[in-house]
Design a protein around this ligand. Structure first.
Ligand code: MG
Length: 437
């Protein structure tokens, strides 16, 4: 995905953001651009910097305010804009911020498009004169447009969901979806209990919606006797579930249950990344279809989904992509599929997951002082594992007990280790061996 990110007040300054947004405005033919942000303290400052850059090259700006990232993407298409910028550092801590760039198809800029943008920056670009500066429109309908679009999904029986009157706890980490998600759940007839649903940008837990960060949500689901708990990250594209028993079941279940539901309604294939749980293959087999794999990263998954005309796709980190709505990870789509599954199956989350194979997954990250150190270590791993590995995306090694996936980060001095299998002891052993190389 193309864009820039950094620590605010350090290397990530409004001057830099204005220049970069100006270049993006030129890339987008100096036309209409949709802007939205998450709730971070630096958000308002950086939004003004983005808008200044866009206006300076003659763009018209639609400002959606604080909205989830998938809502920015959807509105680019709905408003027939030439592009969009989401100002968010997603699951990263408060001091970070970033620009995610969106093309006119409502998808993140590809690597190739990013290169064209880099050329514009290198060559410098012209600003418009004062009389050609366009307007900024504040648009508060962004979330509503997104919700209306989802309500048009023909395969979902919304009336039935509304009739169930689910009791749902929603944890928005005081992030971008603070208003959108509780509001959407109420539209689905739910009795909504809000947790961290303020626009303060004060992340009261680590923004990554992984089980160890969802203790407060777990307790609140238990204490209120809710049917389900939902958690998202700071920009609202990833979705994680807490069961009716108050257990954070892990993000891998989100795409698995979404597939379970969609495959029961539509014939077709799916695409997920190489790190995603094998539970998805089990579900696909049940519906006599297959799940194809793509390299990690939303753009890679989306590209393969289009290639194979997949009816659904996503990533194990809680990302659900439904082409009927849009080609991006969308937590409102995820919540819709899960609540529809609960409605039609008449089962609880606990019952639904008990029907899936019991797999154990460990995800680890090894940090290095610099890229050289990391590459040296990765070379050792390569010597040890590459012979028997699928090398499409790092190294994926298949064993009869499970699999191990080893991947270097594109930008950071880290290596990711992911291992899944039926036996917890085996998984622990394999990952330990790999990390010690
Ligand atoms: Mg995110």
């Amino acid at each position: 995905m193309s864009g820039i990110r950094g620590i605010v007040g350090n290397d990530f300054t409004p001057e830099y953001v204005t220049m970069y947004s100006g270049a993006y405005g030129v890339f987008s033919k100096r036309k209409k651009i949709v802007v939205g942000r998450d709730s971070r303290r630096s958000g308002e400052m950086l939004k003004n910097a983005v808008i200044a850059g866009l206006l300076s090259v003659g763009c018209e700006v639609i400002d959606l305010g604080i909205v989830p990232t998938p809502t920015v993407l959807l509105n680019v298409k709905e408003l027939k804009a030439e592009g969009g910028i989401a100002i968010t550092a997603s699951h990263n801590p408060s001091e970070w911020n970033a620009l995610k760039l969106i093309n006119k198809n409502g998808e993140f800029l590809s690597e190739e498009e990013g290169k064209i943008l880099d050329k514009i920056i290198e060559k410098d670009f012209e600003r418009v004169k004062w009389s050609e500066i366009k307007d900024v429109f504040n648009d508060e309908k962004g979330v509503e447009r997104h919700i209306e679009r989802i309500f048009k999904l023909k395969k979902i029986n919304f009336d039935a969901i509304i009739k169930r009157r689910f009791k749902v706890v929603i944890d928005c980490v005081n992030g971008a979806s603070y208003f959108a998600y509780p509001h959407f759940l109420r539209r689905l007839g739910c009795d909504v209990i809000e947790l961290f649903c303020e626009d303060t940008g004060d992340f009261r837990r680590d923004p990554e919606p992984v089980p160890e960060n969802l203790k407060v949500l777990e307790n609140l689901v238990k204490d209120t006797g809710a049917d389900i708990g939902f958690a998202t990250d700071a920009d609202g594209d990833r979705l994680s579930i807490v069961s009716d028993r108050g257990v954070a079941i892990g993000e891998e279940y989100t795409i698995t249950l979404a597939l379970e539901h969609w495959f029961s309604k539509i014939n077709g294939t799916s695409v997920v990344n190489y790190s995603t749980t094998s539970m998805v293959d089990y579900v696909a087999k049940k519906y006599k279809t297959v799940v194809l794999r793509a390299k990690v990263g939303e753009a890679n998954v989306v590209r393969r989904m289009k290639e194979y005309n997949a009816v659904i796709g996503g990533e194990g980190n809680g990302g659900v992509i439904l082409p009927d709505i849009q080609y991006t990870r969308d937590a409102m789509v995820g919540m819709t599929l899960i609540l529809s599954l609960l409605t039609e199956s008449k089962k609880t989350i606990t019952e639904l997951i008990s029907q899936l194979p019991k797999l154990f997954m460990i995800k680890e990250t090894k940090h290095f002082d610099n890229l050289d150190e990391r590459d040296k270590f990765y070379k050792r791993l390569f010597e040890k594992y590459s012979k028997n590995a699928d090398l499409t995306d790092g190294m994926k090694i298949y064993y009869k007990e499970g699999w191990l996936h080893l991947r270097k980060s594109g930008t950071e001095p880290i290596i990711r280790f992911i291992c899944e299998g039926e036996n917890e002891k085996w998984v622990t052993k394999i990952i330990k061996e790999a990390m010690e190389a």
